[in-house]
Design a protein around this ligand. Structure first.
Ligand code: MN
Length: 360
């Protein structure tokens, strides 16, 4: 509630903010079917997959959307599981056609960008999905798998626009929760899902579908991992950490989460004196509205700006910048990300004390 009080001076705006926070979105009927289709493709339960595909078609998923979920699953569960699932789907469509049901085919994927290699395209997609460039011991140990993940999973597969990235994450989380033995990947994908705008309610929703449709063991395990991830997020909010995306103490309160109508996110962010973000950029740009205190805002290569309560900054897409409080007082701003389909924030290096204190 503290965060809602901070913006009371903007009373009209806060009314709409409050209204939005009351109704967090759950998964819609089509997304719920994607959970079961992905889960039963991944764990190979073809009898239950049969039901899930029927339910998906009845809920309005197109043939190409269901096919795309099953194709994506081969990256997580292997070609045999995906091919078996595609056979199951072909039988269902034949059967429905014989009964006179014509299921809509749905859209085809747009062509890949022709000015980028698969590796460049996939690396960009991976960075946007995860929120920062992906590195790790295992990728140095086996560079080929890093290349295949980037080129193939994040370039060739995630680059097909039949499904948006949120939907692909719903499918991936469902698959990993059902496979077993993939807790580390499930943990990462809960975070990637949140980075791409899936809400806590939506993630809870996936877990409860896994519990009721796939199995209690799988559901309980996923719930345990989700609780740990959310707990970690809570901790990060109030953390003074050398490894976080901020310097100093920063609290974030999400006010508007994206839904099927608005691909938009808004949060109230409070910086204690001296606190600031790391350098970063937003693939779709960002609008900041200072609601309390005095803010610093700087774009790469430009002078640092000093902004007071009520001022608004429109930061263009892909422009590196940072924002934060001054040394002398705390600052709160609303941060609005207009089109999350373009990808979430990409974090870069820390703002040094020299940059922070610079008078230029
Ligand atoms: Mn920003």
């Amino acid at each position: 509630m503290k965060y809602l009080l901070i913006g009371l001076s903007l009373s009209i705006m806060m009314d709409s903010v409050k209204a939005n926070t009351v109704y967090d979105e759950s998964l819609n009927a089509r997304q719920q079917c994607i959970v079961t289709i992905a889960a039963f493709t991944a764990n190979g339960n073809l009898a239950k997959l049969n039901n899930a595909i029927h339910e998906g078609l009845e809920a309005g998923l197109t043939v190409s959307e269901i096919k795309e979920v099953i194709i994506q699953m081969y990256a997580y569960a292997g070609f045999p599981r995906s091919l078996n699932a595609l056979h199951t789907m072909m039988d269902i469509l034949k059967e429905r056609k014989s009964k006179g049901i014509n299921d809509p085919e749905g859209k085809k994927s747009s062509p890949y960008p022709n000015n980028k290699s698969s590796l460049e395209f996939g690396s960009e997609n991976q960075t946007r999905l995860v929120g920062s460039p992906v590195k790790g011991d295992v990728y140095e140990f086996a560079p080929a798998i890093d290349q295949f993940l980037k080129e193939h999973l994040f370039g060739d597969i995630f680059g097909r626009d039949i499904l948006d990235w949120q939907t692909r994450e719903v499918a991936t989380i469902a698959a990993l929760a059902s496979l077993g033995g993939t807790d580390n990947q499930l943990r990462s994908h809960f975070k990637v899902g949140m980075n791409n705008g899936l809400t806590k309610d939506q993630l809870d929703n996936i877990v409860s579908i896994i519990r009721t449709k796939v199995g209690e063991t799988e559901g309980n395990n996923a719930a345990k991992i989700l609780r740990a991830v959310l707990g970690l997020e809570e901790g990060v909010k109030k953390e003074k950490s050398a490894n976080s995306n901020f310097v100093g103490t920063v609290s974030v309160k999400m006010l508007v989460n994206p839904d099927s109508l608005f691909n938009t996110q808004m949060g109230a962010v409070t910086f204690e004196p001296g606190a600031r973000t790391n350098w970063h950029y937003h693939p779709s740009g960002q609008i900041l509205i200072i609601t309390d205190g005095t803010a610093y805002y700087q774009e790469k290569g430009k002078p640092k700006q000093i902004l007071s309560k009520g001022q608004i900054v429109k930061c263009p897409p892909n422009v590196q910048h940072w924002h934060g409080a001054t040394q002398h007082g705390s600052m709160t701003h609303l941060a609005l990300t207009p089109d999350l389909k373009m990808g979430g924030v990409v974090w870069l290096q820390k703002v040094t004390d020299e940059e922070y204190e610079s008078k230029k």
